[in-house]
Design a protein around this ligand. Structure first.
Ligand code: SDX
Length: 396
């Protein structure tokens, strides 16, 4: 520092205590992602979101009996307290669903004041189940609020994902049949989002949880962190970017040039990653799904063609190659969500529903560690050295 005036911060190194965890393993160079040791490709192909949630939270794949009991407990907790619906009345119909989610999740805690003790295993368990069951319902209500439709009640004869689809797309005027293509595709997308090591929102959940704040407060904070367009909000930003390229008529090449020139700070949303310096393994799986889902639904979305052209242009461009920028999980997901019928602003809440078991698993892992301490990220002070306050200083 004395010679150059530069500090570790200038090189992007911030000395934070590394977090020890047994939940998720990522190799950013090799594009490897494993939940509790199981490769994401195998889980996406053969598992279900609820089974993956169980694996992340309890550490092992469930027996059939354990799975059915877990699924049944979640099903039995999908109802929201009738009073919390009034929260939605207080919000404008234009409220962003991520604001609704973080507010409603924090408010949920007020209904369970008798079971918030973070050191009571039974309380931690029941709040795990309540959140897994109720977050999708809150998200569906935020969707219904935004389109001016009545809230439906959960239908406990349906599976977790089918119940969620019906809450979003069903209505009182006509029967709703779940499309198995949508159901399977959404279940797989939720698996792909379920955990991702110490990303910004998970680190937020752990930091808030480290103060012994209750699980609802910690998850609400995680939802707020995920909201940002550099993180989970990117899936919504990608769709807006693709639509802007389509509507501007400028074309992909001109957009890529704007990104390279860093015009107006524009970024290639859905590209780049703090850890993956190779193709995000989830993005590969999402792209496969996009082709399948759009074909099965008979949707011919010009935005998908723009996305594919944009991806090819970037992957073959030295600027992105030199910076090791590849598509991440957010690049193609919005295309699928849009084909399913979700409004763009519901994309990040879908990310939150997928990430919830990971947040809970990470919070519980830290909470159960007797050696765990309150979080206190270190800093490197680069401000003024000591100086004297002027005597007799006065303003006229
Ligand atoms: C998620 O951490 C996780 O695991 C997150 C996540 C999860 O599952 O939880 O994977 C989910 O958040 C994925 C990321 C979604 N965000 C986006 O798609 C937004 C667009 N991406 C970027 O903003 C960016 O890539 C970040 C925020 C993701 C990473 O930022 P970094 O770490 O600052 O990127 P970098 O250090 O690799 O950047 C190196 C260079 C810089 O240029 P130079 O200063 O060297 O000229 O690449 C540039 C950056 O400006 N760059 C981009 C870019 N990403 C990095 N340039 C244009 N477009 C981009 N997307």
């Amino acid at each position: 520092t004395k010679q150059t005036g530069l500090t570790a911060l200038d090189y992007g190194f911030v000395n934070t205590a590394s977090t020890r965890s047994e939940i998720t393993y990522i190799d950013g160079d090799e594009g490897i992602l494993r939940y509790r040791g199981y490769p994401i490709e195998q889980l996406a192909k053969g598992s279900t979101f609820l089974e993956v949630a169980y694996l992340l939270i309890y550490g092992e794949l469930p027996t059939e009996e354990e799975y059915l009991a877990f699924e049944n407990r979640i099903t039995r907790h999908t109802l929201l307290h009738e009073d919390i619906k009034h929260l939605f009345d207080a919000l404008p119909f234009s409220a962003h669903p991520m604001s609704v989610l973080s507010s409603a999740v924090a408010a949920l805690a007020t209904y369970y004041e008798d079971s918030l003790d973070v050191h009571d295993p039974e309380a931690v368990e029941i709040n795990t189940i309540r959140l897994l069951a109720k977050l999708p319902v809150i998200a569906a209500y935020a969707h219904k609020k935004s389109v001016g439709q009545a809230f439906l009640y959960p239908d406990n004869s349906l599976s977790f994902v089918d119940n969620f689809l019906k809450l979003n797309f069903g209505n009182f005027a006509e029967p709703y049949e779940v499309d198995p293509v949508l159901s399977r595709a959404l279940d797989r997308l939720l698996i792909l989002h379920a955990d991702h090591e110490q990303n910004a929102s998970t680190s937020t959940v752990r930091l808030v949880g480290s103060t012994d704040a209750n699980l609802y407060a910690s998850i609400s904070a995680g939802i707020s962190a995920l909201y940002g367009p550099l993180h989970g909000g990117a899936n919504e930003a990608v769709l807006n970017m693709l639509a802007q390229i389509r509507d501007s008529g400028e074309g992909v090449q001109r957009f890529v040039q704007k990104v390279k020139n860093k015009e107006d700070g524009v970024k290639l949303m859905g590209f780049g990653h703090r850890v993956y310096k190779s193709y995000d393994p989830r993005a590969k799986l999402v792209k496969e799904s996009a082709d399948e889902v759009l074909a099965a639904l008979g949707v011919d979305d010009p935005l998908l063609e723009i996305a594919v052209e944009l991806e090819q242009a970037a992957l073959n461009d030295e600027y992105f190659q030199a910076r090791r920028l590849y598509p991440n999980v957010d690049f193609y997901t919005g295309i699928i969500y849009k084909a399913m019928g979700f409004p763009t602003r519901m994309f990040t809440p879908l990310f939150a529903i997928g990430r919830l078991p990971g947040w809970i698993a990470q919070w519980r892992e830290q909470n159960a560690d007797p050696k765990s301490k309150i979080g206190r990220p270190q800093q490197l002070y680069t401000g003024a050295t000591e100086r004297e306050y002027p005597n007799g200083r006065e303003f006229s």
